[in-house]
Design a protein around this ligand. Structure first.
Ligand code: PGA
Length: 245
């Protein structure tokens, strides 16, 4: 897997935004896979700035990685709400091209299957942009997730529940849903290109395990190692455990 290291969070985020903008300009009908969390915020800000300078998403189609089970899109901690407020409302992406798993779907298993069918019907994902959890998760594929896992209902680990209730999102671990709907690792691996952005020292161990550790389900991001087109964008803190060749 390739990786590029940047001095600061801003520079790493800027580089990811530049790559996404390049792909959107080259293929306006691009199918983009998108993450939530703290990590992508700088990328979304920069893409909004580029949109104001002329970059159009009017023909793009997006799919998000995951959603909390039990939260409707109107809930301020839902990932639908996050995407609308932090990105979609500020660009010209048509509402009907914004796809997220529905956390309150009546039949969540069917919702997961239908989501994959929708991705296939669009012709697959050109670029999945991902963050990485401190435990190496990608989307909500926690350690132990299989390489060929599909979009499904997953249980969150205590570590993830705690990471998401440190005040940035939920204030108390008790408020965090225990389950989510998540695109599987098998589905992520089907993209033409994958970008993983990791910022800060809390991600340094996961980055090391993903890039220089074994291909193993204990670090879900390591299961991207045999994909032909994966690039990690890192700030210096996130890259600090990597051993240089
Ligand atoms: P974070 O989450 O960006 O909020 O650190 C990343 C992830 O868990 O994938």
């Amino acid at each position: 897997m390739r990786y590029e290291t940047f001095k600061t969070e801003q520079e790493a985020s800027q580089a990811v935004a530049t790559r996404i903008a390049e792909l959107v300009s080259a293929n306006p009908r691009i199918r983009l896979g998108l993450p939530t969390g703290s990590t992508p915020l700088g990328v979304y800000k920069e893409l909004i700035r580029q949109h104001q300078a002329g970059l159009s998403f009017s023909e793009a189609v997006t799919f998000n990685l995951d959603e909390y089970l039990g939260l409707s899109g109107a809930h301020p901690q839902s990932y639908r709400y996050f995407m609308e407020t932090n990105f979609f409302q500020h660009i010209d992406l048509p509402t009907w091209n914004r796809h997220l798993l529905d956390g309150v779907a009546r039949y969540p298993e069917l919702e997961c299957q239908a989501y994959e069918t929708k991705i296939q019907a669009q012709g697959g994902i050109n670029l999945w942009f991902l963050g990485i959890g401190g435990n190496g998760h990608i989307a909500f594929n926690e350690p132990g997730s299989e390489v060929n896992s599909r979009t499904r209902i997953v249980s969150l680990t205590t570590e993830t529940i705690e990471a998401n209730s440190d005040g940035r999102f939920f204030k108390d671990p008790a408020e965090v849903p225990r389950c989510a709907l998540s695109v599987g690792i098998g589905a992520i691996r089907e993209a033409d290109e994958i970008i993983v952005l990791a910022l800060g020292e809390k991600k340094a161990d996961a980055v090391f395990n993903a890039i220089q550790g074994p291909f193993d389900i204990s670090c879900p991001a390591s299961l991207l190692q045999d994909h032909a087109n994966v690039t990690f964008y890192l700030d210096e803190a996130a890259a600090s455990k990597l051993t240089r060749a």
